[in-house]
Write a protein that binds this ligand. Structure first.
Ligand SMILES: N[C@@H](CCC(=O)N[C@@H](CS)C(=O)NCC(=O)O)C(=O)O
Length: 259
């Protein structure tokens, strides 16, 4: 079972990154991964001796001091978790961005991770850099599968923003989800078959974000007929229930609570 050790600093949420970036320290000692996920997976011991990575993440807008719903941050945290790296989490209130945020990322966005004394922004860049610096366990998705499901998020945003029910944005999203459902049926349960890879860690949080946001704003949910997509989404949930105390559990639960 995953173990969560947590040390907090009350001042850290307002202090600058150099003095008290360490709002919360998470270290996990690794048990197993997802229950049905991957016969090929090996067990890895947490890199307890590694220096914790510093990670800036979105703070919940509804529950101060808790992780917010940001699929990009979730992707980065899930990647760090899968690589068994300890990390210190700094929650950033994006409604009141501190000055230091712009110093370390002029775009003023999260996630941001400090790697080799350099702050890196953007989940694509961060996860790539993590893969290069910490190649074990490998998470790269084979190139021919890397774009599977990659249009779902943009079509979801199109539908979310749409005010005209007949403008085709819902259909576009359904088309993408249907195509992903067929892919999973033939190739699943994950994008790279039996192994969770980077593409899942990117897509999984986005699907949760989509389901919750569209449920809230449009009373819409993924149709039951897309059973492989439904199961794929629950796969992460099963991991949550199973791990109980792992941070990825918290990440996924936050997606439910904070939208
Ligand atoms: N392309 C970026 C997107 C990051 C992003 O949009 N983060 C949001 C939070 S979910 C943010 O920081 N928003 C603040 C803002 O746009 O001002 C990535 O992949 O990391």
């Amino acid at each position: 079972m995953a173990v969560l050790l947590r040390s907090t600093s009350a001042a850290a949420s307002t202090a600058g990154p150099s003095s008290a970036l360490l709002a919360t320290t998470f270290r996990r000692s690794r048990g197993c991964l997802l229950p049905r996920a991957a016969p090929q997976r090996r067990l890895y011991v947490a890199r307890a001796s590694a220096q914790p990575l510093e990670v800036c993440a979105k703070e919940s807008i509804t529950i101060p001091g808790r992780l917010g719903d940001c699929p990009f941050t979730q992707r980065v945290l899930l990647t760090i978790e899968e690589k068994h790296l300890p990390y210190d989490l700094k929650l950033v209130d994006l409604a009141n961005k501190p000055d230091w945020l712009f110093e370390i990322n002029p775009e003023g966005k999260v996630p941001i991770v400090k790697l080799e004394e350099k702050w890196i922004g953007d989940s694509d860049v961060i996860t790539q850099a993590l893969e290069e610096k910490y190649p074990e366990p490998p998470l790269a998705t084979p190139p021919e599968k890397a774009s599977v499901g990659s249009k779902i998020f943009s079509t979801f945003i199109g539908f979310l923003k749409s005010k005209d029910p007949s403008d085709g944005t819902e259909e576009a999203l359904l088309n993408e989800l249907t195509s992903f459902d067929s892919y999973l049926k033939d190739n699943g349960p994950f994008i790279n078959g039996g192994i969770i890879s980077a593409a899942d860690l990117s897509l999984g949080p986005k699907l949760y974000h989509m389901e919750i946001t569209l449920g809230h704003y449009k009373n819409w949910s993924v149709p039951d007929s897309l059973s492989y997509v439904k199961t794929y989404m629950k796969e992460r949930e099963r991991g949550v229930d199973w791990r109980m105390e792992g941070l990825d559990a918290k990440v996924c639960r936050m997606a439910v609570i904070c939208t």
